[in-house]
Design a protein around this ligand. Structure first.
Ligand SMILES: [Zn+2]
Ligand SMILES: [Zn+2]
Length: 142
């Protein structure tokens, strides 16, 4: 049957998506302290209720934007969150100022939102997403 293949692929995909989404304990996604280091231009630091401290650089966060447009774009090119788009070939070497947030706002009790210096601002970074994507030295150790 020619339909078999399609069914199996979508089942595998569903399983993969489920697998990455077991619930995190509430303490792991409850921030105690959120520091957005706008002045230093470095990144975001969050202390969680379970005692873990997460860090992300602004560059990483910008390239991990969870909005639908950025998400689809990453899916299409197979880039993991946090990885920049490959540069288009240009004969000129241009200086690009590193992206940073002009504004960081807390969205309700569950998320952070950034207004980036490149004009983008549609991503809502939920605590859950941030914690799953923790970029601290411990979590990123291979
Ligand atoms: Zn986005
Ligand atoms: Zn971590």
């Amino acid at each position: 049957m020619s339909h078999e293949g399609i069914r199996i692929v979508s089942e595998e995909q569903a399983r993969r998506e489920d697998g990455g989404h077991e619930k995190l304990p509430p303490d792991a996604v409850t921030p105690v302290k959120v520091r957005v280091k706008k002045t230093e231009g470095t990144g975001v630091e969050i202390d969680w209720k379970d005692g873990h401290r997460s860090t992300w650089t602004f560059l990483w966060l910008r390239h991990a934007c969870p909005c639908a447009t950025c998400y689809e774009d990453r899916e299409q090119t197979g880039r993991p969150p946090g990885v920049a788009k490959p540069k288009e070939k240009t004969p000129l070497v241009m200086y690009e100022a590193p992206v940073k947030p002009l504004e960081a706002t807390q969205v309700g009790k569950y998320a952070l939102k950034f207004k980036w210096s490149d004009g983008h601002e549609s991503g809502i970074y939920s605590w859950e997403y941030l914690r799953r994507m923790c970029q601290c030295a411990v979590c990123t150790k291979p």
